[in-house]
Design a protein around this ligand. Structure first.
Ligand code: COA
Length: 374
């Protein structure tokens, strides 16, 4: 069976960044306006007053200090709290396609591959901007890639599941080199009027090139020693937006058509599952946790990552061992662990071992054990 490598990665980061203070000011202006216009209903107990949000809480509870977004103005306007992303004519590249092109070009440069070397494109992310034609086919066309392309969605674990799909395609001979991209526009499905979660997400796009080790001349390549995937149904992270929404008018515009979570439960239930998965995956490959140079973990919550890394290593991890990018990017869904990998892989030496691990809605967990190749 062919040995597959990740031979290049890329990252698109939107220009606009929003600090916690800016986000909280917008939320609090919205909450104050709501409370004022509902004064009498609040006084009679018919409506609950909205409590204010708080920057110090956000940083302490999540580790997030700021996030990048496609459109800052629309998000921060307390009368709107939704990014402005104009519809485009069908003849123009879509927003997700544009983000994917930018990240993909970087990954192609790092791997030393051109469009003619790649023959499969996977767009893997939490939300596609339309059901069809697949965004991946558009990206394939935009980059001039032959072969086939498809979209897939496993929420925050889309990238690691996409890596396994890429490895399989190369090993079963259906593709020589695979481009896997994760255009996450989380600001599009985040309810900025929900105090419990308005701070959670940011936007970004990552790209990964996979190919057979024998075909790769990249200096940045990492051998994929193994992938392991796990899913377990849970309603604790859910988004009910879908094509059947219009069939029941009662549900239109309701908050469950955006991201909803029970963060406490997610934290408690997912951490042990992730730590166990990494431990058992390492064991299957006869790798000791102490042999791991790095863990590029999904970036949702700092304490969550510290807890998972501690359970895996049996001691607290250093920042070098489990790098953090959620402080400036927030949770970028499937892009998070790949951003951590992209930004924190340059110092890894030949033979060093690491694990990329994602976790999120589903629940879904994906781990990818990698080893630096010369
Ligand atoms: N500002 C101020 N206070 C807030 C607040 C805000 N923005 N949001 C919630 N609070 C309050 C709550 O009302 C609650 O008050 P109470 O104790 O008086 O009831 C208190 O802060 C604690 O809220 P809770 O939701 O329990 O906080 P938490 O410590 O669990 O942190 C998360 C919330 C979301 C940061 C955390 O649970 C988390 O990150 N979980 C994992 C989520 C995850 O990984 N999801 C995957 C997404 S893809």
């Amino acid at each position: 069976m062919k040995q597959v490598v990740i031979s290049g990665t890329g990252l698109f980061t939107p220009k606009d960044s929003i600090s916690n203070d800016e986000l909280v000011a917008s939320y609090n202006a919205y909450a104050q306006a709501f409370n004022e216009s509902n004064q009498s209903a609040i006084a009679s107990g018919e409506v609950e007053a909205l409590p204010e949000s708080n920057s110090a809480f956000i940083e302490k509870a999540s580790g997030i200090k700021s996030r990048y977004v496609i459109d800052k103005e629309g998000v921060l306007d307390p009368t709107r709290m939704v990014p402005h992303i104009s519809e485009r004519p069908n003849e123009e590249w879509s927003v997700q396609c544009e983000m994917a092109i930018s990240a993909a070009k970087q990954a192609m440069t790092e791997s030393g591959k051109s469009a003619s070397d790649i023959d499969a494109v996977i767009v893997a992310c939490s939300n596609m901007q339309r059901p069809y034609p697949a965004v991946a086919v558009e990206v394939q066309m935009a980059l001039g890639i032959k072969g086939f392309a498809y979209d897939m969605n496993v929420a925050c674990s889309s990238a690691t599941f996409g890596i396994q799909a890429g490895v399989s395609a190369i090993q079963n001979g259906s593709a020589k080199a695979v481009l896997m991209v994760n255009p996450e526009i989380c600001s599009g499905h985040l309810n900025f009027r929900d105090r419990d979660s308005h701070f959670i997400f940011g936007d970004a796009c990552t790209a990964v090139i996979m190919e057979a080790e024998e075909d790769s001349s990249s200096q940045a390549k990492f051998r994929i020693l193994g992938t392991k995937l796990q899913t377990h149904f849970s309603n604790n992270i859910r988004n009910n937006s879908g094509f059947l929404n219009r069939c029941d008018e009662n549900g239109l515009g309701k908050a469950d058509k955006l991201f909803v979570q029970n963060g406490r439960k997610v934290f408690k239930e997912v951490c042990p599952m992730v730590a166990d998965q990494i431990a058992s995956h390492l064991e299957e490959h006869q790798i000791q946790a102490s042999d791991l140079k790095r863990m590029w973990l999904h970036q949702a919550n700092l304490s969550m990552n510290q807890l998972i890394a501690k359970r895996v290593l049996g001691r607290a991890a250093t920042e070098e061992e489990a790098p953090v990018i959620l402080d400036t990017y927030a949770n970028t869904s499937s892009a998070g662990s790949i951003i951590a990998y992209h930004l924190h892989k340059q110092d890894i030496k030949e033979g060093d071992l690491g694990v990329i691990c994602s976790f999120g809605a589903g629940y879904s967990i994906g781990s990818v054990i990698v080893q630096k190749v010369a």
